[in-house]
Design a protein around this ligand. Structure first.
Ligand code: FAD
Ligand code: DHB
Length: 386
């Protein structure tokens, strides 16, 4: 087989890249290790920036998102039960949309006409430092080969693409946080119209949602916690303790339909181009989820990469691919900074002790009293320009 671009991974990054290339008339094949149902079974991000909304429209995949997505004009911050609402529309004239990553993925899968190969095992990348790269994979016991001009590594943090790059060509920057998020999905109306990010001495909590009837809640837990040790009742009791009393009272609980623990990590690989291989999305970087940036950052990477690959394929111009890495890394580091900052403000860090908690309180009080500080948070949360 031959194609212009082999895309490895059919998460949101790979599917969006594939769709943008398809619409421009650039031939691309997506290779995904898992089945479509498995990919759709992952419960992950829930908040879309305007740039992601615009990109879904450009991909001609935005109709259901506009019909079912919920526009949010602000969020609430809470510190030991003291509440403060940030009104993004008033502060900077922008908003975000609540629409789950699962739905984004489903919509992108549905609009795609070109070839996607699921259940592709043992994907391997070859000769991307030459003009004739190729990729092999196994399916039903047979090995297949796809020759191509470029390879896009959109295969997430544990994918094969970044691992295929010689170690000496790659610099990585990493911070692993000493806690994770235990998340629960429940078919009950959300406790509030907007998201609540809560700092409490027992740890961080987030009240999020997927729709008017489906809610998503998270609590900070220690890294060594096991999901099996968290019954639904234990989760709800812990969440209530971390919210202010009125919110705790209003919480509508029920049996969980999904429950999982995600570790928190900041990670960036540099550079993001190796000859004819490009890394994008979680394959290139990880942010802790506190700022709701992971999915949005993946989308902004592939918007830039799509334009670069279209230019390289149709105009035979390397201008876009030559600057891809430096261009997206600028935005990536700003999102890394914001996600790290939100994480630092809202979580409890055992090692920083009472001094650290006082500093966090001072930061919260400063934020509540400063419109400029609120505008800075709002600008970053709703998404910086690409
Ligand atoms: P992925 O979604 O990881 O997609 C990569 C795809 O590549 C997968 O389908 C995978 O199966 C496939 N793949 C992997 N290896 C191979 C291979 N060798 N060959 C072929 N295919 C391969 N962000 C938020 O903003 N809020 C959240 O609440 C949130 N929760 C998260 C919870 C978890 C457990 C994780 C892991 C991430 C979470 N994120 C969250 C981050 C967000 O979901 C990601 O940033 C987003 O999924 C990135 O999309 P992606 O397409 O780059 O990678
Ligand atoms: C969700 C996850 C986040 O990390 C976040 O900041 C906001 C919402 C969610 O899963 O709904």
């Amino acid at each position: 087989m031959r194609t212009n671009v082999v895309i490895i991974g059919a998460g949101p990054a790979g599917l969006m890249l594939g769709r943008l290339l398809e619409l421009a008339g650039v031939d691309a094949i997506i290779l995904e290790r898992k089945s479509p149902d498995y990919v759709l079974g992952r419960i992950r991000a829930g908040v879309l920036e305007q740039g992601t909304i615009d990109l879904m429209d450009r991909a001609e995949a935005g109709a259901r998102m506009h019909a079912e997505g919920l526009i949010h004009h602000g969020v609430e911050l809470s510190f030991d039960g003291d509440r403060h609402r940030l009104d993004f529309s008033d502060l900077i004239g922008r908003h975000v949309m609540v629409y789950g990553q699962t739905e984004v993925t489903r919509d992108l899968m549905n609009v795609r006409k070109a070839q996607s190969i699921y259940d592709a095992e043992d994907v391997e990348l070859y000769d991307f430092d030459t003009a004739k790269p190729y990729v092999t994979y196994r399916q039903s016991g047979k090995t297949h080969r796809i020759d191509c001009d470029h390879i896009a590594g959109c295969d997430g943090f544990h994918g094969v693409s970044r691992q295929s790059v010689p170690q000496k060509a790659l610099t990585t920057f990493e911070r692993i946080y000493p806690f994770g998020w235990l998340g629960i999905l429940v078919d009950q109306p959300p406790v509030a119209d907007e998201l609540i990010y809560a700092h409490h001495e027992r740890g961080f909590a987030l009240c999020s949602q997927r729709s008017h009837t489906r809610s998503r809640y998270y609590v900070q837990v220690q890294t060594d916690e096991k999901v099996e040790d968290w019954s639904d009742t234990r989760f709800w009791d812990e969440l209530r303790l971390r919210l202010n009393p009125e919110t705790a009272e209003a919480l509508r609980t029920g049996p969980s339909i999904e429950k999982s623990i995600a570790p928190l990590r900041s990670f960036v690989a540099e550079p993001l181009r190796f000859g004819r291989l490009f890394l994008a999305g979680d394959a290139a970087h990880i942010v802790p989820p506190t700022g709701a940036k992971g999915l949005n950052l993946a989308m902004s990477d592939v918007a830039t990469l799509a334009d670069a690959l279209i230019e390289a394929t149709l105009d035979h111009s390397p201008a876009g691919i030559d600057v891809y890495s430096a261009k997206v890394l600028q935005r990536i580091w700003k999102a890394e900074r914001f996600s790290w900052w939100m994480t630092s403000l809202l979580h409890t860090f055992p090692e920083t002790g009472p001094f650290g908690r006082r500093i966090q309180r001072a930061e919260f009080d400063y934020l509540c009293g400063s419109r400029v500080a609120q505008q800075s948070l709002a600008e970053n949360y709703t998404g910086l320009p690409s």
